[in-house]
Design a protein around this ligand. Sequence first.
Ligand SMILES: [Zn+2]
Length: 305
Amino acid sequence: MVAPLNFPLNLPLAKSGLDRAAHLRVSQDELDSLWAKGKIAHFNGEKFLTDHNGLIFLSPTDVRDGERYFLGFDESGTPYFLLHSETLHGDEESYHLLREANFNALHIGIAVHGQSLALWHKRHPQCSMCGEVTQPSQGGSVRKCTRCETEHYPRTDPAIIVLTRDSNDRILLGRQQVWPEHRFSTFAGFVEPGESFEAAVVREVKEEANVKVHSIEYVGSQPWPFPASLMIAFSAIIENPESAKPDGEEIVEIKWLDRDSIVAELKAETLLLPPPLSVARAMIDAWYLADGVDRPRLDSPESWR
Ligand SMILES: [Zn+2]
């Protein structure tokens, strides 16, 4: 018997204390007056201006250059923007990657929205219709071509991720060739054009681990702006566990784990789990606790890859 996962999963990057107020993006006058009283997070390269309390906010008078993106309001009605520029505000040591920072829900909402937008803007300087330069528009929620006026919208690339189990509640994890030794995770992959989430789950697991899954259940989702993914998470039951084998290309090793062996392997340092920010880790933690037995949390050294 498999224990049901606690739903919804506690997904760190899905927390957001931000009201996006999308209807305000169309009025430049409105955006200008919000900017004048706004709190401005700064994104430079791939890093945010931070201190030990989280994001550091600039005021409008600090800003000389860069692109401005409207992100939304907090509960008290304070407007937030992202400044995307190459100018440093403070020293380089004050800038940190999203995955290095310790943010509360509001700051996560700001950072995840801001980083997704900034990385998309950076990658779309030209119009895909005519090749001319594009400019940010509508508070940074759109880029508009300066010649043909086509509007281009930010991309989000859906990827499924799936916790696979057999009927004895053992999980099956895989190791990608590019990962460090002992680093294992759940199976995942991008949804292909014209494909449903469920079909992508079946295909990815078959491709990577040579098994067939059924009883596919949605367990949650979170943005993964590295640079533009949305992870849609499922659990599924493996019909033919005896057939499991790695594809030898993307996945070079697989591992079956039950609740005792996962603890033993972590202790023996023959297993390295995905980072705490990831959906994969949240699913593994949720499975580990799903049988209701009181246990200490799984402890694994940090491994970003
Ligand atoms: Zn164009």
